[in-house]
Design a protein around this ligand. Structure first.
Ligand code: AP5
Ligand code: MG
Ligand code: ZN
Length: 217
């Protein structure tokens, strides 16, 4: 299956993508995660992305599209993928259509996870991420067993540099202006599948699985 997970910052794209990727046996491709690991490794791509991700602005389309286009050529993507946080502009969506058309492939669904704005700040300021394996926690909604330590690998949990209130507000504004238009883009293609993201993590996962089951059947 070839699936997009869309939605505002903190909607739960990463949380759901991680679970779905494991169940479906396809890779989870998150552009934000790739940028953060390139920044941590100090690569040329990381140097280009750093000022954008830290202020909550979008990395320029040509950088992001080139990166995703290379990633989708890898052999693990041939059976499908879950894209998380890409596309985020109409130009990125059009580029993805072209990449897939050239490979004779098509998207199965664009899942739009909906969460009201007032919930987002709480979700993002309470988020903690494992430095080692990337698993995501929440201090209240999904706490680790031992404070500050990853259940999965024992790694150290940290707070993302863009998860402070001021930067989250900026990310929401950028989402509204540049990414929300994709809702109409995928609705027009008959691929949009809205899901209520303001529910417990397991309930959101079941709702997505139901939709995918229907689409596959
Ligand atoms: P990115 O990393 O994609 O950030 P984002 O879109 O702002 O989304 P988040 O990762 O913050 O939220 P999420 O929806 O994954 O939520 P999560 O599951 O973690 O992008 C970062 C930056 O990279 C961008 O600002 C930009 O600069 C750059 N970038 C990335 N892609 C780009 C692109 N295509 N083009 C250009 N630039 C790009 O959940 C959040 C918290 O809530 C967690 O703590 C979680 O435990 C908790 N939670 C999750 N679900 C629930 C639930 N149902 N109930 C209660 N709590 C929940
Ligand atoms: Mg994420
Ligand atoms: Zn870990």
């Amino acid at each position: 299956m070839r699936i997009l997970l869309m939605g505002p910052p903190g909607a739960g794209k990463g949380t759901q993508a991680e679970a779905l990727a494991e169940k479906l046996g396809v890779p989870h491709i998150a552009t934000g995660d790739i940028f953060r690991s390139q920044i941590a490794a100090g690569t040329a791509l990381g140097k280009k992305a750093k000022e954008y991700t830290e202020s909550g602005r979008l990395v320029p389309d040509e950088v992001t599209i080139g990166m995703v286009s290379e990633r989708l050529k890898e052999s693990d993507c041939q059976r499908g993928f879950i894209l998380d946080g890409f596309p985020r502009t109409v130009a990125q969506a059009e580029a993805l259509d072209q990449i897939l058309a050239q490979a004779g492939q098509k998207l199965d669904a664009a899942i739009d996870i909906r969460v009201p704005d007032q919930k987002i700040i709480e979700r993002l300021t309470g988020r903690r991420v494992c430095r080692q394996c990337g698993v995501t926690y929440h201090l209240v909604f999904n706490p680790p067993q031992r404070p500050g330590i990853c259940d999965a690998c024992g790694g150290e949990l940290y707070q993302r540099s863009d998860d402070n209130e001021a930067t989250v507000k900026n990310r929401l504004e950028v989402y509204r202006r540049q990414t929300a238009p994709l809702i109409d883009y995928y609705r027009a293609k008959g691929l949009l599948r809205p899901v209520n993201g303001d529910a417990p993590i397991d309930a959101v996962l079941s709702a997505i699985e139901q939709i995918l089951g229907r689409d596959a059947g």
